[in-house]
Design a protein around this ligand. Structure first.
Ligand SMILES: *Cc1c(COP(=O)(O)O)cnc(C)c1O
Length: 379
């Protein structure tokens, strides 16, 4: 099946008991057994739930994996991946990591002796220098937030494979419509399905997809043991969202390309970060590993102050000022005071995250209206 067919049909069948075309929300905690141990494959809903199973089959197919494990949130999914490690093990990750992922590694797992190194994963010699016999996981995130840098998944996974290190790609910003890390050599793909997969800003959910039976068994075991499962209603909403993933992401990407070009021409704007520009950092890697450049854009103002940024942020009418991304509606955000407020200013500036940096999550409204909204807010 092609991707556009898979989003609607992969793993999804009419409900066997009624013929309902939509996967029912199995709102149950337990399942009746005919005799002790004689059941239909479902015993207790922390372990399995039919609505969740359908979502997992669908996601596995979209990422060209063999299995998916869905969690209560993106961070709960990451938590399970990190629990594959033992005290003393080391992680290598990017210094442009999502703030919550950074916090999970440095504030929670570090307490249990699992140490993470945050480096420029685009720097090949730095990557090689940080690998030692304790390195057990490379956690890749691409494109990154909010600088929209692109990492070369195929190259990093090939280095990891040679040394027996696991790889996991946080592919939240790309979705399987734009990039499929397992095809590029990754052991696991991670998603905050809260964003594009569910796509309507109404659910928190996470997933890990793999093509290794061993990893899938271990992750199911960890999930059952630790308990961070999503509810069936949230699985249903995510399944419903995924049915239009290709339509939404394509339109959002098309809108983003026009908006990025508009921003680049605007005299009040200094820099525009968008992987689709020919002169963008790692543009050729993006071109090779993604089918489009995504729908996230960041930009800075010539007047590089929080005050100038605040004026723009408070004057848009269609772009709502909010955290998160990937919904059908466009959002605008200020990383320096919102998502990245906990990062010291010096560290922020070193990656280009200046005071006036504004991040846009482009939705699927008409692009003319979005451009008009930005134009009036910026002027
Ligand atoms: C939102 C996000 C997460 C965390 O996901 P939650 O569903 O909020 O727990 C992880 N990684 C990236 C890139 C994100 O954008």
């Amino acid at each position: 099946m092609k991707f556009e067919t898979k989003v609607i049909h992969a793993g999804i069948e009419p409900d066997p008991s009624t013929g309902a075309i939509m996967t029912p929300i199995y709102q149950t905690s337990t399942y009746v057994q005919d005799a002790p141990g004689k059941h239909k494959g479902y015993e207790y809903a922390r372990t399995q739930n039919p609505t969740r199973t359908v979502l997992e089959k669908n996601l596995a197919a979209l990422e060209n994996g063999t299995d998916a494990i869905c969690f209560a949130s993106g961070l709960a999914a990451m938590d399970a991946v990190l629990k594959l490690l033992e005290p003393g093990d080391e992680i290598i990750s990017t210094f442009e990591l999502y703030g919550g992922s950074y916090r999970l590694m440095t504030q929670i797992f570090a307490k249990y002796g699992i140490i993470a190194h945050f480096i420029d994963l685009n720097d090949k010699s730095s990557l090689r220098n940080h690998i030692n016999e304790k390195t057990k996981l490379i956690w890749i995130e691409t494109p990154t937030n909010p600088m929209l840098s692109v990492l070369d998944i195929k190259y990093i996974c090939s280095i990891a494979k040679k040394t027996g290190i696991l790889t996991c790609v946080d592919s939240t910003f790309a979705t399987p419509y734009l990039q499929r890390p397992i095809d590029l050599g990754a052991d696991m793909v991670h998603h905050s399905a809260t964003k594009y997969l569910a796509g309507h800003s109404d659910v928190i959910l996470g997933a890990v997809i793999t093509n290794s039976n061993e990893l899938s068994d271990r992750l199911h075991y960890i999930q059952n043991a630790s308990g961070a499962i999503p509810g069936p209603q949230d699985c249903f909403l995510t399944l419903r969202g995924i049915k239009t993933l290709h339509l939404r992401v394509q339109r959002a990407c098309d809108n983003a390309m026009e908006i990025a070009a508009f921003l680049k021409k605007n005299r009040k704007i200094d820099r525009v970060f968008y992987p689709g520009f020919k002169d963008a950092h790692n543009h050729l890697v993006a071109k090779r590993q993604m089918s489009h450049y995504g729908a996230m854009i960041s930009f800075t103002l010539k007047s590089d102050t929080k005050r100038a940024a605040n004026k723009v942020l408070s004057r848009t009418k269609l772009f709502s000022l909010a955290e998160s991304l990937g919904g059908v509606e466009s959002l605008i955000g200020h990383p320096a005071t919102m998502t990245h407020a906990s990062i010291p200013k010096k560290d922020r500036l070193s990656i280009g995250l200046t005071d006036s940096l504004i991040r846009l999550s482009i939705g699927v409204e008409h692009v003319d209206d979005l451009i008009a909204d930005l134009k009036s807010a910026i002027s």
